[in-house]
Design a protein around this ligand. Structure first.
Ligand SMILES: Cc1cc2nc3c(=O)[nH]c(=O)nc-3n(C[C@H](O)[C@H](O)[C@H](O)COP(=O)(O)OP(=O)(O)OC[C@H]3O[C@@H](n4cnc5c(N)ncnc54)[C@H](O)[C@@H]3O)c2cc1C
Length: 749
């Protein structure tokens, strides 16, 4: 009996097809909704200026991205990445602080961390790849002073600098001289501590200068603040295994490490200047004296001096530049100044204490660089009245029991006086540019090396294909060797002396079957790793993806050998078909699907370009005919948006037909209005052309989506059929164990 010959099998397949179609449609609806949300968020990011990365950001190779969402889930910051059109896209690039989890977790190696255009940044020091100031050999920078945030990065910088110094001293030991130490480290934050530990472990003669206390910025975090980091190794200590530490835990850790290893640190000693002596070494001056060193590592962080307001009353004792413990402030009238995460978190913590009245003053009209979580919490606090936010406001004077402020847009500023007991100025810090420049650090963007282009990487396919091909050749050799048996008609095989061994329940056949099942189970381990169930993060996802491909292909090969090339209309035979479908859909998803959305995204870009042209034209009108340009833009935009992201194909099709008429009507009306306003005819024609193009591009983008959607079904087919396969394999094993002996007695499976 052929597999498809059975009417039961046909019925089951129709049912299955319907179920899968339904699942795919529902999932498609969800994807469309997510895409529309992602696009709206991207638009918001562009308007707020958070779309552009400040330093590092993930660069996504759309020809490889399979849209699995691992990067979105792995990123500890909110909103940096979203899935748009079924693929990863950078939304709030400015929120990227360089964790690099996205690149590490991408199973197909489609993400690389790259650098934003630094040409406009005059606050990033110019360093070579050894973190050495360009033009000042022997002067190194480490940690956040380089522009890169994160405890882990600071630690890796500190280690790298001490390692480099140790290497140079090993290569030219003659540079060592009496009274001059190998390395002077300035700053005892994570970078400085790691640098000192590495220096000690390498036998360097080093000393650390710290203006305040050990711990750096961490010491300034609010009480019990959770610090997120990734596992990182500290010299002489070992692995910091946790991904989250409380501020107090980290402070205890730094102190214990410094005591245990008797690190040479002097606290309360502020760097004043770094000069180079005629003999080539550095003279590091502090208010207490001078340190001579062959190399200097400036690990000053970026919050050296808190930014001040420069207003009358700022010297009052009630003014602070950090909040260590919100619990100590109750029943107080508090003003927090600043619009970053530190200010917002402080305002939120203070608003949670009994009896506090909290006002937050920010000079900009809205928050633009907050973590999404803080933005949501802040909005809730504002809406519930726990915090009053004064945007576009400035403190003009601080009195003993009040503060004087001006607030509101430039043209209509109002003066107000607020009752006040405490002021927290959390408006960031100023980098000691002068000190750094005098020491020989350059900030000249023109000296900065061009960031290396992202290297084109291979698809990671080669190892899997080689392994699979070798196994395929082995299978071919096996078949050739037993050709006498496999070439027989299935009914005549029982006569062959090889039947006992090669039939599915024979010694070799069974071994193939067991091997196939083992590989299917191994194949599923990829899903466990990807979804991080059981917090399994062993090995890179890319290696797991390669093993997923290899085990899948080889499992099919073994299953075919198990079935002795004559699958029957049994649950085992159907499982074999399911396996083949899974492999085909997997191949579409992994190697073909990604090429389609590139074009879709291209259409989105074209649409954006048209929108920019329209905005330019309308801005031109606005200067001469106030309000008209904006009105035109809004009307066209509304028309383009309606129907663009409709949930179903039918609704989009109806919207397409209907909107043509609406567009014509709207353009006619605008033309009449434009003539009335005195807009030249050629400009009205240009408007009509742009509007039509915008409209067309929007609908093309939306309908092009259908093709992608069709191909996107690979994912659902792949997943759901895989689930079905597991059930079928389970059933197959059960029936084989339960009835195997009866069937084999009858000469079958
Ligand atoms: C509110 C907040 C939350 C954060 N949360 C996290 C987080 O969850 N995870 C994470 O990985 N990162 C976080 N960060 C960032 C992280 O704290 C920094 O990236 C890290 O501390 C940088 O280490 P560093 O050693 O380079 O500088 P710092 O820690 O800033 O240390 C610099 C040291 O240099 C000293 N110094 C400065 N000038 C002089 C001078 N003239 N003379 C002598 N000494 C001087 C300072 O006193 C300070 O001790 C957060 C930062 C802030 C502000």
């Amino acid at each position: 009996m052929s597999i498809l010959g059975s009417s039961f099998a046909l019925l089951a397949m129709v049912g299955l097809a319907l179920a899968l179609t339904l699942a795919a449609l529902l999932a498609r609806r969800r994807d469309l909704h997510a895409s529309a949300k992602g696009l709206a968020e991207r638009k918001k990011a562009q308007e707020r200026g958070t779309a552009r990365a400040r330093l590092q950001y993930p660069s996504i190779d759309l020809a490889r991205c399979v849209g699995c969402g691992s990067c979105v889930a792995a990123c500890p910051e909110d909103g940096v990445l979203e899935l748009i059109h079924g693929q990863a896209a950078v939304v709030h690039g400015a929120r990227c602080v360089g964790h690099g989890r996205c690149a590490a977790e991408c199973p197909v190696g489609a993400i690389a961390l790259t650098f934003a255009d630094l040409h406009e940044r005059s606050d990033i020091p110019v360093l070579n790849s050894n973190l050495e100031a360009v033009g000042s050999p022997g002067l190194f920078l480490a940690g956040e002073v380089t522009g890169y945030a994160l405890v882990r990065t600071a630690i890796s910088h500190g280690i790298a600098v001490a390692g480099e110094v140790a290497l140079r001293i090993k290569e030219t030991p003659t540079t060592r001289r009496e009274g001059v130490i190998d390395l002077c480290i300035v700053g005892a934050g994570p970078a400085g501590i790691a640098c000192a530990l590495e220096a000690k472990s390498r036998g360097l003669n080093y000393h650390v200068l710290e203006q305040e206390v050990l711990g750096g910025t961490v010491a300034k975090y609010p009480r019990r603040k959770l610090v997120m980091t990734q596992p990182v190794s500290l010299p002489l200590y070992g692995q910091l295994k946790n991904t989250t530490y409380s501020k107090e835990e980290l402070m205890v850790l730094w102190t214990n490490i410094a005591n245990t290893h008797k690190l040479s640190i002097s606290t309360g000693e502020e760097l004043e200047s770094v000069e180079r002596h005629a003999d080539g070494y550095f003279v590091v001056r502090t208010q207490r004296g001078v340190v001579r060193a062959n190399h200097v590592c400036l690990a000053l962080g970026r919050r050296g001096t808190p930014r001040k307001l420069g207003v009358v009353g700022e010297e009052l004792p009630k003014v602070s530049y950090s909040l260590l413990d919100a619990n100590s402030y109750q029943n107080r009238h508090v003003l927090v100044v600043g619009g970053g995460d530190t200010a917002v978190e402080a305002a939120l913590a203070l608003s949670e204490q009994d009896g506090n009245t909290v006002t937050l003053s920010y000079r900009k009209p809205e928050f633009t660089r907050l973590r999404a979580r803080n933005e949501v919490r802040m909005l809730e606090a504002q809406q519930s009245g726990r915090i009053r936010v004064l945007f576009e406001s400035e403190v003009v004077q601080i009195g003993s029991d009040h503060v004087e402020m001006i607030s509101g847009p430039e043209k209509s500023r109002s003066v107000m006086s607020l009752k006040n007991d405490e002021v927290f100025i959390l408006a960031g810090g100023t980098l000691p540019f002068e000190k750094l420049k005098n020491a020989g650090v350059s900030f000249d963007a023109n000296l900065r090396a061009q960031s290396a282009p992202i290297a084109e990487r291979t698809a990671g396919l080669l190892p899997s294909v080689i392994v699979a091909f070798l196994l395929f050749l082995s299978a071919v050799a096996w078949v050739a060797y037993h050709w006498d048996y496999y070439s027989l008609d299935p009914l005549s095989r029982t006569e062959s002396p090889l039947h006992g061994r090669l039939r599915p329940s024979g010694a070799a056949g069974l071994a193939f079957g067991i091997g196939a099942v083992a590989l299917i189970l191994a194949n599923l381990a990829y899903l466990i790793r990807r979804s991080r169930w059981l917090s399994v993060t062993f090995g890179s996802l890319q290696a797991w993806m390669t093993s997923h491909v290899v085990t899948g292909v080889v499992a099919l090969l073994l299953a075919v050998l198990h079935g002795a090339f004559a699958p029957r209309s049994t649950v085992g035979g159907h499982a074999l078909i399911a396996m083949a479908v899974i492999i085909v859909t997997g191949a579409i998803g992994r190697y073909f699907y990604a090429y389609v959305p590139r074009a879709t995204n291209g259409r989105e870009l074209a649409l954006e370009e048209i929108r920019t042209n329209m905005a330019g034209l309308s801005a031109e009108w606005d200067s001469r005919f106030p309000g008209f340009g904006e009105r035109v833009q809004n009307q066209i935009q509304t028309l383009v948006d309606s129907g663009h992201w409709q949930g179903s194909f039918a609704r989009r099709a109806v919207a397409l037909v209907g909107s043509q008429g609406q567009l014509k009507k709207a353009l006619g009306k605008l033309r009449v209005e434009g003539r009335r306003e005195g807009i030249p005819e050629n400009q009205l024609n240009e408007l009509a052309e742009l509007a039509r193009r915008a409209h067309r591009a929007a609908f093309m983008a939306a309908h092009y989506e259908e093709l992608r959607a069709l191909l996107a079904t690979w994912r659902y087919l792949h997943r759901w059929i895989a689930l079905l396969l597991i059930l079928m394999v389970g059933l197959h094993i059960y029936t084989a164990l339960r009835f195997g002996s009866l069937i084999s007695a009858g000469g079958g499976h």
